[in-house]
Design a protein around this ligand. Sequence first.
Ligand code: CU
Ligand code: ZN
Length: 179
Amino acid sequence: MKKELGGLTVIVLAVVLLALTGCTGGGKDGPPRKAVAVLHSADGGKVHGIVSFMKDRGGVRLIASIEGLSPGLHGFHIHEYGDCSSPDFNSAGGHFNPMNMPHGSPDVDKRHAGDLGNIEADKTGLARYERVDKLLTLEGPQSIIGRAVVVHADPDDFTTQPTGAAGARLACGVIGIAN
Ligand SMILES: [Cu+2]
Ligand SMILES: [Zn+2]
């Protein structure tokens, strides 16, 4: 009887250890160094694209390529919730703002962490964007992983609170850990 209990204890411990090591997120490599968001439109819209995030000495390097846009500027933000399920993408909540700051330009210190400014589409509808952002992080309580990237119909004016008056949400993608 004692032996059987001992064997059971070993099995239980092994299962617990497996569960623990399987739940550390970064696995054997530690905290995530890369993340990705794949953006899609709702209801047959044609805006789509990909945003990649890489840990960088200056913060996080973000590279975006979005297509299907109207030419010109479009507000570009990280929103609070990684939920792109509602057709208007309001399920993604407001701008990601862990420091409780006002909305602003990406080039000022007092801004939502999620304020990435505007992307500019050329006449073919393609927008490319690259930025190293010192407010973004892929780890800890202010990590952007599990949040959402949203592209808007209108330009972000950097002053209207708390949205930048960027209008409708055209495309949305959840930020996940990348390889
Ligand atoms: Cu937004
Ligand atoms: Zn904002």
